[in-house]
Design a binder for this molecule. Structure first.
Ligand SMILES: Cc1cc2nc3c(=O)[nH]c(=O)nc-3n(C[C@H](O)[C@H](O)[C@H](O)COP(=O)(O)OP(=O)(O)OC[C@H]3O[C@@H](n4cnc5c(N)ncnc54)[C@H](O)[C@@H]3O)c2cc1C
Length: 491
């Protein structure tokens, strides 16, 4: 017997995959007569966006800052491998998107004079980071979600996993696993906003959503993928046994924390004049080089010179998070070590977020706009998610206004049945990545790592497995790992 459909329609104008900042902000830029389906793989607030601590960078005042300075800081962090046109758009258009968030009721901290309290993070030469305590992402998600839920033209579906996207005339068919049942819909346009790939590593700051599904789906459709090996390893995640590691934001160093080695000595002067405020890639590599020098993986952040009151007020989430591990940051050193954090590359897009596949767009962390170059400047990614998801929506609106044809229903047949995925496949991929390419590529392990990843991918594609989330996520991880390692091998 056919079970009752959970999605309201069979045809939508636009499918947006992902309810992080990119997905929701993009969705809010469509007109009220545009039917938008917004998917969230798990709960609507499980995303990288919701975990963002430090803030969003934007030049809102020219007293002590300029667009040129923000552009220059972005280019320096990106090792000048950035796309300068994309950086220009990011920096010049971003402030208006941030102002829009404020108009829409998103809160940012203010100082005693009632002005925005701008903070500093590694690689920024000026205080230009707006933040809401140390839970900026959650506050932006709260504000956007409230607006999305007020909109009648946006249908937000939770526990709705996009399995596959198939090209049909004037759009796509999307096969979706929603609360355990399979449903298919048709859309004229699709924006992939599926976030990062952190779960391809054993240790990451990313939540369980970050398996690179959007990248796999775009790749299977023939879209070009670019710079997938440009991965950011955050220098200071809380050093625990958890796969999803708790981030100790850059702004803790921005507010004066020292980085110490196993002998409790500051050591950054050996590697970079900017000391603790050097960009993330530099600090992560310095930690790895220092660990080789000392023979120890023990590293600490020390912020004990700030008062408990200040720390509890400025970093309430970090204070509470560390306390869960028995560390009181006003009295104790914080054990830290680098881990996977962010993907700079992704699905290749142009300045309007168009991929190389007609009617397919990508925005946010899964896309490669080129703004970050080889290394993202802290707090530029929420800004990128805002600016380029809005541009995707604006581009689609231009096509729709020009009367481009809309998708219609097509007949189809999908077979979801097959054998269960053998347990441990995803872990196998994670340990390959951890061994082959963590902070610094390991030349001895890349070749074999690539062969192992390719073999897993072949196995997953050749046998007939049931299309469960476990299987499809493993397929995404294996696809992503194979692309990353083949890029690194050819560097
Ligand atoms: C701990 C942490 C701290 C950070 N701090 C900052 C910061 O201070 N400043 C900053 O600028 N950036 C920060 N970042 C990075 C920033 O949060 C992300 O780059 C940004 O939020 C990405 O937004 P997004 O919308 O592209 O993806 P996400 O917010 O990750 O959203 C992805 C969405 O895609 C959905 N999805 C994925 N696959 C599927 C599928 N197959 N079917 C259906 N839905 C799917 C997920 O359910 C989710 O809703 C931080 C990241 C982390 C992890």
């Amino acid at each position: 017997m056919q079970s009752k459909r959970q999605l309201k329609k069979t045809i939508y104008d636009v499918l947006i995959v992902g309810s992080g900042v990119a997905g929701m902000y993009g969705a809010l830029h469509f007109d009220d007569d545009t039917d938008v389906l917004l998917l969230s793989k798990y709960g609507k607030t499980v995303s990288n966006s919701n975990l963002a601590q430090g803030g969003v960078a934007a030049v809102l005042s020219f007293k002590d800052d300029s667009f040129e300075q923000h552009i220059e800081d972005t280019m320096i962090a990106g090792l000048r491998c950035n796309d300068i046109e994309a950086v220009d758009i990011l920096v010049r258009e971003g402030p208006n998107d941030v102002r829009r968030l404020i108009e829409w009721g998103v809160n940012f901290d203010k100082n005693e004079n009632g002005e925005l309290d701008l903070t500093l993070e590694g690689g920024h030469s000026r205080r230009r980071i707006l933040h809401y305590k140390d839970s900026t992402g959650a506050e932006i998600v709260r504000g956007l979600l409230k607006k999305v839920e007020e909109k009648e033209n946006i249908e937000l579906a939770e526990n709705a996993y996009l399995c596959d996207l198939t090209k049909v005339k004037s759009g796509f068919r999307a096969d979706i696993l929603i609360n355990g049942s399979y449903e298919s819909i048709f859309c004229s346009y699709c924006i992939l906003c599926t976030g990062g790939i952190g779960r391809v590593y054993q240790y990451t700051t990313n939540p369980k959503t970050a398996t690179g599904d959007g990248i796999r789906i775009a790749y299977e459709l023939g879209a070009r993928i670019k710079n997938l090996s440009y991965i950011q390893f955050h220098p200071t995640a809380f050093n625990s046994d958890d796969g999803e590691r708790f981030l100790i934001s850059e702004s803790v160093r921005g507010e004066g924390a020292y980085l110490l080695n196993c002998n409790l000595e500051r050591f950054m002067h050996r590697y970079d004049d900017r000391l603790e405020l050097a960009p993330r890639d530099v600090v992560s590599k310095s930690i790895i080089l220092e660990s080789r020098r000392t023979g120890s993986n023990e590293f600490y952040l020390d912020i004990r010179h700030k008062s408990k009151e200040y720390l509890m007020e400025r970093f309430p989430a970090i204070y509470a998070g560390c306390l869960k591990y028995g560390v009181d940051i006003s009295k104790d050193l914080i054990p830290v070590f680098p881990c996977q954090h962010y993907l700079m590359g992704g699905i290749e897009v142009d300045l309007d977020s168009k991929t190389t596949v007609p009617r397919l767009y990508a925005a946010g962390e899964c896309a490669n706009t080129g703004v970050h170059g080889k290394n993202r400047l802290a707090s530029n990614s929420l800004l990128e998610a805002l600016v380029f998801s809005r541009r995707a929506a604006q581009d689609i609106k231009r096509y729709m206004a020009n009367g481009t044809p809309k998708v219609t229903e097509h007949s189809f047949n999908v077979d979801y049945t097959g054998a269960p995925l053998p347990p441990g496949t995803a872990d196998e991929i994670r340990s390959i990545m951890q061994r082959s390419y963590f902070v610094l590529p390991n030349p001895d392990k890349i070749r074999t790592g690539l062969q192992q990843a390719e073999n897993i991918l072949k196995r997953l594609k050749s046998a007939k497995f049931a299309k469960t989330i476990d299987y499809l996520e493993a397929l995404s991880l294996a696809t992503v790992a194979t692309i990353i390692l083949s890029e690194v091998e050819n560097l």
